[in-house]
Design a binder for this molecule. Structure first.
Ligand SMILES: CSC[C@H]1O[C@H](OP(=O)(O)O)[C@H](O)[C@@H]1O
Length: 354
């Protein structure tokens, strides 16, 4: 499997995704500020991977602490705030730092700093390994949902699937969320071809999903984001499955910019549109999608293409990194616990009941 991130002996190691697919550059760091910068610049990216990276970043911060135990609470509060400020939309980041905070809250008083830091390091590793396992479960639930919903088509032929951005190992720690569903469906002989939309402006689809699909030998084509509608109109897409950065209690879903347009087209053409995401991406505290903070990124991400100026430096730009697809356009939300279909308020709430 692709080695997107790892943590051992106090060192955070990551594959710098900004240079893929043309260069595979692995970076090692023990500096939490460098790790924060890697998240900010999308050297590491993808909601579940951002969560695991955030947890490892906290551990780097712990290992850098040289002070007395009495002064640690103030240091830790600043550290968590710095990590939380790195990117605003993917709720997995905050899910991870809350998990680290919980270990701190439960053990700070009783433990030495050495013992506490060891427990928090174990928690970070668990966050990572849980996301690896979640991908396998999401893939299974997703394939079973496809077999139910597309049984008619599957009687005569395999399926063509649209996906957006990158939701594979580079984004999720394991086989992927949406791309995990696609990988397992391919292995089970259900997939004819993957349609991977480029995902401007940072091209996670054209660069990263294409790289992962080529790595696996899965047939695909890359398309411009605006081409999905004509392929649907021509019957070239049977379903769509994408990832998520934050899902609210009613099923509204924030995902890479361009997702909403794909969902509108899919709805117009009666093509099922699925979200695949771990429960760690669901923010049950938000009732609907307008409450999700949408990251706006640097205008030069549009004005230049990987260092080549393509618009004037003063061209006005609006650069939202995400959009929100209403739950009403979503056929099902595939999680590691189950596929939630229909009443999202009830179905998503049940995921949090023991
Ligand atoms: C399963 S990753 C979820 C999500 O993260 C990506 O955003 P980014 O590349 O900006 O980190 C994209 O929205 C994926 O669908």
């Amino acid at each position: 499997m692709i080695d997107a991130i790892s943590f051992s002996s106090g060192t955070f190691r990551y594959l710098d995704q900004r240079f893929l697919p043309l260069k595979e550059l692995h970076i090692e760091t023990r500096d939490y500020k460098e790790a924060i910068e890697a998240i900010k610049t999308l050297a590491v990216r993808g909601a579940p991977l951002i969560g695991a990276s955030a947890a490892y970043t906290v551990v780097l911060g712990l290992n850098a602490y040289q002070g007395e135990k009495a002064d640690f609470p103030a240091y830790f509060e600043r550290l968590i705030a710095e990590v939380n400020a790195s990117r605003p939309t993917a709720v997995n980041l905050f899910f991870a730092t809350k998990k680290m905070q919980a270990v701190y809250d439960a053990n700070f008083e009783a433990d030495s700093l050495e013992t506490l830091f060891a427990k928090m390091t174990d928690e970070a590793q668990k966050i990572y390994s849980d996301e690896v396992d979640n991908c396998d479960r999401i893939a299974r639930h997703g394939v079973e949902q496809l077999k139910r919903d597309l049984a008619g088509v599957l009687k005569t032929r395999k399926l063509n699937v649209l996906t957006h951005c990158n939701t594979g190992t580079l984004a999720c720690c394991g086989i992927g969320t949406a791309l995990g569903v696609i990988r397992l469906a391919w292995q089970e002989g259900l997939i004819e071809r993957v349609i991977s939309s480029e995902s401007r402006p940072l091209l996670q689809g054209l660069r990263l999903t294409a790289w992962e699909l080529e790595h696996d030998g899965i047939p695909f084509v890359s398309i411009s984001d605006s081409s999905s509608a004509i392929l649907m109109q021509r019957g070239m897409i049977d379903f769509a499955v994408v990832g998520a950065d934050r899902i609210t209690a009613n099923g509204d879903t924030a995902n890479k910019i361009g997702t909403y347009a794909h969902a509108i087209s899919a709805n117009h053409h009666c093509i099922p549109f699925y979200i695949a995401a771990p429960v760690s991406t669901i923010d049950i505290t938000l009732s609907e999608g307008s409450q999700i903070p949408i990251e706006e990124r640097n205008a030069d991400e549009l004005r230049t293409i990987f260092g080549t100026q393509v618009a004037t430096p003063t061209t006005p730009v609006v650069n939202y990194a995400f959009d929100v697809t209403p739950g009403t356009l979503i056929r099902g939300i595939i999680t590691e616990k189950k596929a939630v279909v229909g009443d999202y308020v009830k179905g998503l709430a049940e995921l949090f009941e023991n």
